[in-house]
Design a protein around this ligand. Structure first.
Ligand SMILES: C[S@@+](CC[C@H](N)C(=O)[O-])C[C@H]1O[C@@H](n2cnc3c(N)ncnc32)[C@H](O)[C@@H]1O
Length: 278
């Protein structure tokens, strides 16, 4: 167990100002549903669609992964949020669990984040009141740093673990340390495949499959042929869905079932290739 720093208790700042993280500057952007996101200088991208950061999270991930249905059917659920960003994935999950008619819920929430300073800013800003401890676990020469804790309201509980560093390394280590329960839902919300290719590769999707339950539902805002081909090459079943706001389409994926013949044909007609680790 690492030391407990009371600074990590989310306490909302009165006025939000642009700030510097470990990876460069972040600019705060107000989106059309009045919620904030950040633009990252390092990736040169915003974390959300400017049509509405919270609404996009609800559409792409809460509805995309059928979270209301999962909460109605199951009392134990495990969710991976690929990229903590400004913490809206966790905020939306807390809101759903609070609103759920199911009285007993135990949800395990896992996330990865490269930029620790951004993550701390997001806890203070998006999740005021949530108390997380900085924990370090070692296995041989490897060290896993994460923020762990829980949100609880009567019999509803969300256990939170946010792994700091490159998710390509931290998530496999967390899995080897037996910290991760089989995933029921994956919010695949990395920056775009062009800017952040390692979180869209065949090898990444193979790994995600290896830590998932057979009923897992993955959802992502991206409809790029390359990421769809990565998912197919990693033996995921893919589905085309209507995108959020002005986006024509997005992608959902599962492990069981079949990809439609029409979608497979569209994929084979495109010369774009899947993304592979170098
Ligand atoms: C689009 S944002 C995620 C938004 C987030 N789901 C939310 O609701 O606020 C992507 C995040 O992934 C993080 N990221 C990018 N590459 C990463 C990596 N290899 N490992 C861990 N985090 C990474 C970025 O720093 C960024 O915060």
């Amino acid at each position: 167990m690492g030391p407990f720093h009371k600074d990590y208790i989310g306490k909302r700042e009165k006025t939000l100002t642009d700030f510097k993280g470990n990876l460069g500057n972040y600019k705060i952007l107000k989106t059309e549903d009045n919620t904030e996101t950040v633009w990252s200088e390092f990736f040169d991208e915003a974390c959300h669609n400017l049509s509405g950061a919270y609404e996009e999270t609800i559409y792409n991930y809460i509805q995309g992964c059928s979270i209301p249905d999962l909460l109605a059917r199951k009392s134990k659920i495990a969710v991976l949020d690929v990229g903590f960003g400004v913490g809206l994935g966790l905020k939306a999950l807390i809101d759903q669990v609070q609103a759920s008619k199911n009285h007993t819920i135990s949800l395990s929430y896992y996330s990865i984040e490269l930029d620790e300073t951004l993550m701390l800013w997001s806890l203070r800003t998006t999740l005021p009141g949530l108390v997380l401890k900085r924990i370090e676990k070692e296995q041989g020469l490897e060290k896993l740093v994460f923020y762990g804790g829980a949100w609880q309201e009567s019999n509803k509980k969300i256990e939170v673990q946010i792994y700091i560093g490159d998710g390509r390394l931290t998530l496999p280590l967390a899995s080897r340390l037996s910290l991760i329960k089989p995933l029921d839902a994956i919010f695949q919300d990395a920056f775009s495949p062009r800017k952040n290719p390692t979180l869209w590769s065949v090898e990444w999707f193979l790994f995600l499959k290896s830590i998932s339950s057979q009923w897992v539902q993955l959802s992502t805002y991206s409809s790029s042929v390359r990421i769809r081909k990565s998912l197919l090459a990693a033996d995921w079943i893919i589905e085309d869905a209507l995108g959020f706001a002005h986006k024509k389409s997005m992608t959902k994926a599962k492990i069981t079932g079949e990809t439609s013949a029409d979608l497979l044909l569209r994929m084979t007609r495109s010369p774009s290739l899947e993304i592979r680790d170098k």
